[in-house]
Design a binder for this molecule. Sequence first.
Ligand SMILES: Cc1cc2nc3c(=O)[nH]c(=O)nc-3n(C[C@H](O)[C@H](O)[C@H](O)COP(=O)(O)OP(=O)(O)OC[C@H]3O[C@@H](n4cnc5c(N)ncnc54)[C@H](O)[C@@H]3O)c2cc1C
Ligand SMILES: *[C@@H]1O[C@H](CO)[C@@H](O)[C@H](O)[C@H]1NC(C)=O
Ligand SMILES: *[C@@H]1O[C@H](CO)[C@@H](O)[C@H](O)[C@H]1NC(C)=O
Ligand SMILES: *[C@@H]1O[C@H](CO)[C@@H](O)[C@H](O)[C@H]1NC(C)=O
Ligand SMILES: *[C@@H]1O[C@H](CO)[C@@H](O)[C@H](O)[C@H]1NC(C)=O
Length: 534
Amino acid sequence: MVDVRDRLQSFAVRWLEEHRGLVIVLFCLPASFLFDLAVRLLKTVERILWFHASHSDRVRSIQKEVRNWNALPKSERKLMCISKPNWMSLSTTFFPKDRCHRINVNFGNILELDENNLTLRTEPNVSIGEITDYLLRRGYMLAVCLEIKDATAGGLAFAVGMTTHSHKAGLYQETVVCFEVVLADGSLITVTKDNEHSDLFYCLPWSHGTLGFLVAVTLKIIKVKQYVRVNYIPVHSQEEYCKMLMDLSGANETGVETPDFLEATIYSKTDAVIMKGDFADVDSVQKWRKVNRASRWYKPWFYKHTEQFLHAAGEEYIPLKDYLFRHNRAIFWVLESMIPFGNHPFVRLLFGWLCPPKPAFLKFTTTQLVRQMTFKKQVFQDIVMPLATLKDQVDKATKLFDTFPLLVYPCRIYNHERGPQGQLRPPPSELLVPGTNYAIYNDLGIYGTPGPVRRKEKYNATYAMREMEKFTRDVGGYSFLYADVFMTENEFNEMFDMTLYNQMRKRYGGEGAFPNLFEKIKPEVDVIALGQED
Ligand SMILES: Cc1cc2nc3c(=O)[nH]c(=O)nc-3n(C[C@H](O)[C@H](O)[C@H](O)COP(=O)(O)OP(=O)(O)OC[C@H]3O[C@@H](n4cnc5c(N)ncnc54)[C@H](O)[C@@H]3O)c2cc1C
Ligand SMILES: *[C@@H]1O[C@H](CO)[C@@H](O)[C@H](O)[C@H]1NC(C)=O
Ligand SMILES: *[C@@H]1O[C@H](CO)[C@@H](O)[C@H](O)[C@H]1NC(C)=O
Ligand SMILES: *[C@@H]1O[C@H](CO)[C@@H](O)[C@H](O)[C@H]1NC(C)=O
Ligand SMILES: *[C@@H]1O[C@H](CO)[C@@H](O)[C@H](O)[C@H]1NC(C)=O
């Protein structure tokens, strides 16, 4: 009996694997659409219900909940975490929330736009899509505005964010002016770079909710123009694209003019398209002819569009919102491994408007089996490393994963000149741009199905991932923690500087109240054991 069931199950899994694209288009996309509609409806209802409550009322209710937790006998206190369900978060891991005491930080309102100081104060559970709509109407955008609409202001503040403007603005955390945090004892504090809690200021990013609850955050915004002029530059040698990115991002020289936006998509070890973008107005017929509404549903997936410029350089004017969310519809190039025929013009025309399937929906329907499959047969990583090591990064990633395209966003990493500065160490002095307090690093994005898996050869995900992580530690880089880490706790503590974080855990009562960072972010699956299986 069990045998028959096993065989049926494995047949079903094989069938689903082989016809996954079809299943996704015919079932998942429409279901994801309805699902999204339902979630939005819920959110609206929630907003109406909370309508009469002011922000400070809502904060007080959180403080009360936390104080109630403190009043429990010690033996009954489970560690605290936010109640946001796992499937709502963009992180790929499934933290076992049922083992925690869940606090609802369900704050979804934009609070205050300050046009003099160029800042936006917002509650944490507002999505980047919502914030961008709000700001663009008024002529602004977030200084670091993520490409994925579903990311939230609070999630990014307590994790990390990086975009094609980060070679100017740095990581998302550099754009935070003020955190408003409810601590383990229920007190509310504001945390800025130079108030009495400045030590905490540097540890809240990359803390994943293990130091307190975020109830509001103030972010830097910038003035915008309606369009981005994008220049697509094809490059056909590794040395050349590495050098060009160093030059364009100002990694090597003080005072060079850098473009407003900078990105490279690497299509093979030697071939890449570098995109430099600048804010622009479209005020002539010539320019108007070059307008590309790149994010319309029937348009080619952006990285496919970009690929054409491998053969000849080009210039386009992309409306700002289309530019900001250019990678949203194909989730960079993740959608291709789900719907291999999805970029066919006919499919785009009919189903393009249903894309992308909501990450929330994909996660909601992720079973243990699918999760194990994604571990063993896919790679999904963003890694921050010094741009000067780009050649080695690409060589290593090619050797281990052999999947293209690769994504490169240059980014400033600052030395705040204050001793330990949170989980990220100050960059080594030899990497600093002369005369400044920052070095240029880059995000290397590796998403897709590894070459050996595609060719049905042997592939050991645990080996490949752990090698990549070792390389990352060796060059002084950091893995984004929304993706699965394969490190042991010791290796993790080597990659990140936990000195100040551990002090902050003690000083602000985080110990015994919240899980520690490694516990919070480690995959729910024993990935090292997974490597022993065949
Ligand atoms: C498809 C995809 C594409 C991506 N693309 C990019 C990219 O281009 N650039 C980039 O930088 N990153 C990218 N990311 C990563 C993304 O930045 C992270 O997932 C980030 O954490 C934002 O996700 P979120 O808003 O869902 O945060 P969450 O996962 O909800 O939150 C992050 C952490 O903070 C905690 N937290 C959240 N809110 C609070 C609160 N109010 N109080 C206390 N703790 C809290 C959560 O428990 C969690 O541990 C991508 C991720 C995916 C899945
Ligand atoms: C954010 O909003 C969603 C939708 O309303 C809700 O389900 C979720 O719990 C909220 N997140 C947090 C952090 O509570
Ligand atoms: C904003 O700017 C004003 C002066 O324009 C200043 O008084 C105020 O303190 C600033 N606020 C913040 C939060 O920086
Ligand atoms: C950095 O600049 C120096 C001096 O201008 C030059 O010799 C060197 O080749 C540059 N390095 C890179 C990687 O561009
Ligand atoms: C996969 O790699 C890991 C780590 O290098 C190793 O421990 C494990 O034995 C390997 N598994 C197989 C099946 O070869």
